[in-house]
Design a protein around this ligand. Sequence first.
Ligand SMILES: C[S@@+](CC[C@H](N)C(=O)[O-])C[C@H]1O[C@@H](n2cnc3c(N)ncnc32)[C@H](O)[C@@H]1O
Length: 224
Amino acid sequence: MTDTTAWDTYARRKPGGRREKNAKGETTWFNWTQYPDHGPGIDVLGEAEKAALLELGCGAGGNLAHAATLGHRAVGVDVSPVQLKAARERWGDLPGLELHQRGALDFMGETAERFDAVYSVFGAVWFTDPRQMLPAVRQVLKPGGVLAFSQRPPVEGCYGCQASYINQADDPNPLVVKRWDYTTDMWTGLLKEHGFRHALANEIPPPEGWKTGTLLVRALVPGA
Ligand SMILES: C[S@@+](CC[C@H](N)C(=O)[O-])C[C@H]1O[C@@H](n2cnc3c(N)ncnc32)[C@H](O)[C@@H]1O
């Protein structure tokens, strides 16, 4: 059974509640970046009106809720029961939204459903070895389907598996989770190596006054 302590701790220390409205007054919206009201929206996933979307590491479900309100089938997977509880409490009644408390690889290994797009926002794609993640994503995408994900750009010279620290309230020792950091060129190379096409990786600049941008990666599986 997966130990969810680290991610549950993260969820409790960073309650994922979204604001009630964004700067435009919308009650749901899509955000690929770590900054509010910044960067591209859900159109990164394609223009289809009623698509089947899978989010890996959906957290408290804000992006998934936006997909569901647009009429998409919005399936979210997250390993943390704490995150899933928050997602269910806020968004659980939305038609088209479905949540699973599961590891991303386990879910993709078990599901028979095929998706138009798989996406991850600072989510499970960042925290899983791409040599396991990319073949699993390919398997659940329909021909021509889209993979898109965002994460923090790498620290120069620190590539591959890195440690992320999650602070605990009552213990000076942080919990550690693994993440996988690569440059834009490394990501496009990995995606090609795993059979994806039209791989694009870019850094979205941060808002004025901030230093760290956001890495956004997108690729297609062959077909259709
Ligand atoms: C940094 S949070 C981002 C959450 C959300 N996507 C957001 O933008 O607010 C990372 C999320 O990925 C989940 N996660 C990490 N590894 C996972 C895995 N292997 N399978 C499923 N979920 C995972 C964590 O529980 C956590 O909710």
